[in-house]
Design a protein. Sequence first.
Length: 923
Amino acid sequence: MKIEGIRTLGGPNVYTHRPALLMRLDLEDLSGRETREIDGFNERLLAALDGLREHHCSKGYAGGFVERLHEGTYFGHVVEHVALELTGLAGVGVTHGKTRVETEPNLYNVVVEYKAEQATRQLLEAAVRFVEALARGEPFPLEEKVREARRVAARTELGPSTRAIVDAAVSRNIPWARVGTGSIVQLGWGVHRRFVQAAVSERTSAVAVDLVSDKDLTKHVLEQAAVPVPRGRVVSTEDEALAALQRLGAPVVVKPLDGRQGYGVSLNLSTAEEVREAFRMARDFSSSVLVEELLAGRNYRVLVIDGEMVAASERLPCHVTGDGARSLAELVEVANLDPLRGDGHEKPLTKIVVDEIVLAHLRKHGRALKDVPGAGEIITLRDGINLSTGGVARDVTDEVHPSVAQLCVRAARAVGLDICGVDLVVPEISAPFERGGVIELNASPGLRMHHHPSEGRPRDAGGRIVGMLFPEGEGRVPLVSVTGTNGKTTVTRMTGHVLASKGSSVGVTTTDGIWVGGRQVAEGDTTGPHSARTVLADPTVEVAVLETARGGIARRGLGYDWSDVGVLTNIQPDHFGQDGIETLEDLVYIKSLVAERVRDGGTLVLNADDEQLARLADEPRVRADLKRVVYFSLRADHVLVRKHLDAGGTAFYVRDGRVYEATGSEHWEVLSLADVPVTLGGTAEFQVANVLAAAAACRALAVGREQVAAGLKTFSAAADNPGRANIFRLASGGHAILDYGHNPNAFAAMCQTAARWQKGRVTGIVGLPGDRSDELVEEAARIAARGFGRILVKEDKDPRGRRPGEVAGIIRRVVNDEAPWLECSVVLCEEDALRRELGRLGPGEIVVMFYDKLAPLRRVLAEFGADPVETIAGLAPRAEERAAASAEQPMTTDSGPVPLVGVRRAGNAPRDARPDWQECIWR
């Protein structure tokens, strides 16, 4: 088998709503073969991985996968289950996977969720090679691969402190994202964004961190603050260390000046030889060494967060308890079998490592690893009490005397740390403070001992840090996600424009770039998950409006977990043959992920005029009963809209050239389409639909109707919606319209709009991307032949896998077949094509161009002195269009017609007579 690639799906995706890896696998020699066809394969597989017997598979019960094996299943499916089983053996277990045959029978998409991305990636690869080896009857180092994955997971995944903070954020519905591959994590979105790295927050002072990393300087600051500290001296030679011993008096402590986690620390030293040996060990970790008096008492760690004592632990040194039979070396091995102990920080406790410090400690006390302690005898293995060196902790939070707590808070404040681990020695933490002192302060204190004490009650230290960073509890900004085939860019821009007009700093992603606060920060097609995360990571963003396109959803998933509002504009034939899309239903399935990921209680905006979307709310996966569904329609008498309103729902519709919002039997006028320039007086129905969708999205975010109307009235095609049905007036008296339409329905929408105007000839400059299927290209060509009076065919610069001129040839052939009398010529370069048509454009004539790259065409328009305008001056709708627009279209419900006098108009009704969005929709 051949692995063609492994892709990360970092958010909700079309396979699963959790992060997953997608492996594209070519079965090659195993293509079309089933497990039962290879003698002994099933037996070898189950002997190697007995846990597979518990896999349910599609059968839905334990043993289901084994039944599938014996019935005969394909090897892509086997790889999926092996990978799932290996994640469990490696300690990063997941239980959900999926295997789908690609367009070719030998190609499979194997999808496996992950908790540890890098480790799971290795296990996916190992699963393929393991299944290959079993099929050939060859050996495979499976245990070695699992051990390596464990090591990778321990090295690359979040440490216990960061994980505790992330878990606390998740429990509070605060989104998070890892920044790079280290331990820095982003919590929250936009203006609520915060960074943490272990127990260091973005509020933590860098000066304070530097200060406490110098133990002697820290003591100086604490002394100034009247916080008791042990006496000590900084030394750089053995002789200076011995002099310090003489000056301070035994016993003393020797430790690196800027050490961490207890490494290189030696306690309770009395002789010159002990100090010499301790000095040499400390020098391995720092060029300067601190010698200080040993305070008498018990050792405690107190955690101070934001000026408050939140947890305390008594720390006990690494030790074992004798059983009268085993040696010290054997007792260490037994202790390390404890499932709570792991390498480094991967588990609540750290495995005991026998190193020179342990051996020196045993020698000091007349012990050796071969000794057999008596039953119940406790043998300490080192003086250090850090968890990272094998120590354990007992929770004493409820025992801390107020005077001790106040001392620790003063110490943290003295150095300016928002999160501080205070190490102190006192005779008893429950007694008033009289003797002892603070021996050390720690930036980024470990949280393991508080979340997983060996004895006592766990404390939610991570939760207290999250509470400090998010005092109001809000970590999200309102998020609108817009998808569909046509109109999604315009709806995204309209929605962002309205929200910005009321003073919000809006982050917007579109096909043409990213905007934050009205300024463009990135160019290009930015409709995928990476761009969404860019907006959500921007600390100035107060609300996000994300155009969410098919390609990003299919290939990488969503860049967010949940939205407040999901908008689906329409689903039309497009992109067939791409990303496994063969039918309209495939396209619906991909784009409906946006509907599925609207949060419970959020709003799902659907186009009632679209046959596919009209049925979407009935799909169980959408869980529409947990959302607020809002429909929009160009038809005031739409059956679905009437039914929805009868049930008390909300809808937006058009009547008499005006936009209305309705909930149940109440109706409010929002604005007149004559006041919205991009609708061309309401004749551009595709823009009217966009207005309805944007209005519904904004109202879902509780924007007032007056504000929605004001924002839409100032939405300019040229300034706010570049490249979407933009109109330019030429000195010749003709007009040019540039639009990004690239599918049959986009062509039809522009043709229908042009047909509504009294005008001269309308010329279409048409072309489609090369990755569209022949059938789509042919359908678009037929529509163009019926809708334009003259056609010029051009091509995109990137043929997307086609031969130059191939798409143009298809279009020209179909146009000639459909309308042989029509003038149809080919100019492949779109700049030359536009230049040619503008040069012969007469008064009252219009040229409509479906472009690929906007900037070069703007330069061509400038050559002809073209000016952007909002409408086609001097032209008016045809008489029949005016008649249709003025015809009364009474809204009806199952209870009968709704009289016009029952309609309230936003702007002339008193404030208390207009219910707000919540009352209007959900009462």
